[in-house]
Write a protein that binds this ligand. Structure first.
Ligand code: NAP
Length: 328
């Protein structure tokens, strides 16, 4: 079995190596083993190379937090009817069995069946971005068609999913991206307007685009100066949704600042919810995909042998949509 592994911490080029003779493993209770078609990569994989991520597993481990493929073995307590089913879901990367290998492990309850017509490369990058966007926008911010959603990092994987899901739910979307090429990408996935954070002031431009009111929902996977500027453009009774810190630092918001405009600070992460809710979310998202309201085809695909290039592509900030590695 082939598996990319991180044996020590450091720059990706120095620590990510391909093991062509990795030892076989079997699923534990409640787990399934998946023959990987494609694996999704993201910033956390970059951070994990350097041990700069809270969920970094013990060494050595195989990265990739999500994947798609066929169930080839089930652990104790798992219905054997799952065998042969194509699924997508989060990998057990924390148990060192991430998706960047011929086989990976998943929790049976989080391995969601996918339609036959869904390509593995789209499925592999579906779970984290879209489920995060669903939890953030549908469950937590409870968006409505009358909302204006300002999406930071809109060309990146979390942002790209949020743009599409917000549009699918009928809201107006203002995307924030760096540079004209990423701006064009954001328009191609359905954004109504784009703010170039390299040349435009996010606060002022958002207000201009909303008749001075600001955006009613902010989706923030970026933090730092961009997150701060977006917070200042949050509308009265708006919801500021905290997703991540792609800029390297979280958004700084002092609690008294949320009072005058009655702003809700909302955290969103697709963990801790019941399996039933997660299945409902998945079904809802697959419905949007089948109706072509979300594409998931905005993937940048790398060959298995080029996994290091894929990680460096993410580290260099070149992501448009989601980075996926084709495994089989
Ligand atoms: N809460 C959750 O459940 C959850 C789920 C997934 C990810 N996350 C977190 O969300 C963050 C983003 O992840 P991702 O996978 O979306 O990353 P990504 O695909 O690399 O996208 C990040 C985007 O952030 C933008 N960006 C980076 N630095 C910026 C800056 N200083 N100012 C403005 N924009 C900046 C970049 O856009 P431009 O090049 O256009 O500036 C880039 O497209 C990470 O911290 C990740 O851990 C959280």
């Amino acid at each position: 079995m082939r598996a990319w592994k991180i044996h020590q911490f450091g720059p990706p080029a120095e620590v990510l190596t391909l093991d062509n003779h990795a030892a076989a493993f079997e699923p534990g209770p409640g787990q399934v083993k998946v023959q990987v078609e494609a694996a999704g990569l993201g910033l956390p994989d970059v951070f994990m190379c350097a041990n700069n991520y809270p969920l970094t597993p013990p060494l050595p481990f195989t990265p990739s937090q999500e994947a798609a493929g066929k169930v080839v073995a089930v652990g104790e307590g798992v219905d054997s009817a799952l065998l042969g089913t194509r699924v997508l879901g989060p990998t057990l990367f924390q148990a060192q069995r991430g998706g960047l290998a011929d086989e990976c492990l998943m929790h049976a309850l989080a391995a969601f069946p996918i339609p036959d017509e869904m390509p593995g490369e789209e499925a592999a990058g579906f779970f984290i971005p879209y489920l995060t966007a669903w939890v953030a926008l549908v469950r937590r911010a409870r968006i409505e068609p009358e909302d204006t959603v300002l999406v930071l990092g809109a060309s990146g994987s979390s942002g790209c999913a949020a743009v599409q899901l917000a549009k699918a739910r009928g809201a107006r979307v203002i995307a924030v991206a760096g540079g004209p090429q990423k701006g064009e990408f954001c328009m191609s996935i359905g954004s109504d307007a784009v703010i170039d954070h390299r040349s435009q002031d996010i606060t002022e431009r958002t207000k201009e685009l909303t008749n001075g009111e600001g955006a009613s929902v902010i989706y923030d996977p970026v933090g730092g100066k961009a997150g701060r500027a977006a917070f200042k453009a949050t509308a009265f009774e708006g919801r500021f949704v905290v997703i991540g810190y792609a800029s390297g630092e979280w958004s700084r918001i002092e609690l008294p600042e949320i009072l005058p405009r009655n702003i809700s600070l909302v955290g969103a992460m697709p963990v801790g919810f019941s399996p039933e809710l997660m299945r409902e979310a998945h079904q809802d998202l697959i419905g949007h995909w089948q109706n072509r309201e979300i594409k998931a085809s905005n993937v940048q695909v790398f060959a298995f042998e080029d996994a290091l290039k894929a990680i460096e592509h993410i580290a260099a900030g070149k992501v448009e949509g989601k980075v996926v590695v084709r495994v089989s």
